[in-house]
Design a binder for this molecule. Structure first.
Ligand code: SF4
Length: 495
């Protein structure tokens, strides 16, 4: 058992090639690996961020999350492997005890494959010599100077030139709204969007049918991206088909199953197809999908890193490898949040990272416990985030008592108060339960639409999309506005 970190989920990484390595370097690397294995269960990622994470190795996390916990984390256990604690709970806990929670705001880079499996101690010495500090004598003479130089040294190592992550807010670098959805939010009107599950078949008819029910009621429709690691029609194809039927899509893109190359390629393709709203999520672990399961290490990036990369593609016109994008993509970027996952003070740090990285709107897990939701909202307010992002809490109309129990017991990050479960249990037959679900949804909408800091609603009536127009009408929610948008650049001549 390692001294400082939870045990690692997967074995160490190895370099692409050891061709140029001398015997002495090989021995040194092995010595470093053994020492760091005893201390941290190190996976030799070669991109060490222990300085930031209270000396707990984030690479012990099954998803390899380098920027905070995932939506399914609990204080008791990791959602992927319940036999081990959540690495990030351990990190937050230790960082809080050391008074270093704000250190967790820096946006850490994804791994650099060229450094994987190689030693890092000599790299520290190389950079230290190049910088000429910190000087050991300063530790006694001028502690502040020593600490600043030490921080600069490790920052140079952990933030490579191709990433340059920081802990600052980066406002979008454009003036006019990019999408109808953004234009609606900018008017200040309460804006409702919804979710349509991509079809399980090759037929696109069902998308057209559902869009027909929802057109004129919602500003945009989300398309999930193989949620629960279960394959469906792709989010990008569903989004394009939805556009053709007259509703603007919000294309979800998740990091599982995609490396950085495919993420960049897919979003560029989406931009070329005219898809403007993109919601970045880390994604459910493949363990939650139907078998046979894919191999365990499927995450090259997390949601924070995706947002950072996509914002830079849009605002700085660059690919991650530094190539210039002559006609950059135009994205209105969003993120997901889980108000009931971890304590609000931890979730607020994660939300701040996403907003700093580039999230302009946030959609949350479904809200059933309004009081606990406002605790999360207060935590965001304390971090001065509410004026930097549009917030759309999630709402699921409960369709049956059985579905209510399933969500409460099985879906990570969903909390349903016992009194609501009781109301659904006592609602009688199928029609009675559906009516009670609608009544509960309307009560929640009434509270949410009058809550300061809330800009709209994300209705997730999956496989019950036909109920959405009724909810909007009975709750008296405004209809979306059609705003003229500025012309987009012709998709031409890019090389
Ligand atoms: S719960 Fe999520 S963040 Fe925590 S260790 Fe497991 S996969 Fe990683």
């Amino acid at each position: 058992m390692p001294l400082f970190s939870p045990r690692r989920y997967q074995p160490p990484f190895y370099p692409y090639s050891r061709e140029k390595e001398s015997l002495s370097m090989g021995l040194f690397t092995a010595f470093e690996a053994v020492t760091k294995g005893i201390l941290f269960d190190c996976r030799m990622c070669g991109n060490c961020i222990l300085q930031e994470t209270a000396l707990v190795c984030p690479m012990t996390c099954p998803k390899g999350m380098r920027n905070g916990l995932c939506g399914g984390a609990t204080p008791e256990a990791c959602e992927v492997d319940p036999t081990r604690p959540c690495t990030w709970y351990v990190i937050y806990d230790k960082a809080e005890k050391k008074g270093q929670l704000d250190k967790l705001l820096e946006i850490n880079a994804p791994m650099d494959g060229d450094r994987v499996g190689r030693e890092t101690w000599l790299e520290v010495i190389r950079v230290w010599r190049k910088r000429g500090g910190p000087k050991l004598l300063d530790y006694f003479r001028d502690r502040q100077k020593f600490d600043e130089e030490r921080e600069g040294l490790f920052r140079e190592i952990r933030q490579p030139d191709w990433w340059q992550g920081d802990a600052e807010y980066h406002a979008p670098q454009y003036e006019e709204p990019i999408s109808q959805f953004e234009a609606n939010l900018r008017t200040g009107a309460f804006t409702t969007v919804t979710e349509i599950a991509p079809p399980l078949t090759a037929s696109t008819e069902i998308i057209g049918k559902k869009v027909g029910w929802l057109k004129g009621y919602v500003a945009a429709a989300n398309f999930t991206d193989n949620a629960s690691a279960s394959p469906r029609m792709s989010s990008i194809a569903s989004s394009k088909i939805c556009m053709g039927h007259g509703i603007e899509p919000i294309m979800q893109i998740q990091a599982r199953d995609r490396n950085r190359t495919v993420i960049e390629s897919d979003v560029m393709g989406a931009a070329g197809l005219g898809i403007r709203n993109i919601l970045c999520i880390t994604g459910d672990h493949q363990r939650f999908g139907p078998g046979p399961l894919s191999k365990p290490d499927q995450f090259d990036m997390d949601a924070v890193q995706m947002l950072w990369m996509l914002r830079r593609m849009r605002d700085e016109d660059i690919y991650l490898d530094g190539r210039t994008i002559k006609i950059p993509p135009r994205f209105f970027l969003g993120a997901a949040a889980s108000p009931f996952g971890a304590p609000p003070k931890y979730e607020a740090i994660r939300a701040e990272k996403k907003i700093n990285a580039g999230a302009q709107f946030i959609q949350t897990q479904p809200i059933f416990d309004y009081d606990r939701f406002t605790d999360w909202l207060e935590a965001l307010d304390k971090r001065n985030l509410l004026n930097k992002v549009y917030l759309l809490p999630g709402l699921i109309p409960l369709k049956s008592a059985r579905a209510t129990h399933f969500m409460d017991e099985e879906v990570p990050g969903v909390v349903i108060p016992p009194e609501l479960i009781k109301r659904m249990d006592e609602a009688g037959d199928k029609e009675g339960q559906q009516q009670e679900g609608v009544t509960i949804a309307l009560e929640l909408i009434e509270k949410l639409k009058n809550t300061p800091g809330i800009n709209g609603l994300h209705v997730m009536a999956v496989h019950w999309e036909a109920i959405v127009p009724r909810l909007i009408e009975e709750a008296g929610l405004p209809r979306p506005l059609e705003q003229p948008l500025p012309e987009t650049e012709p998709a031409s001549s890019q090389v």
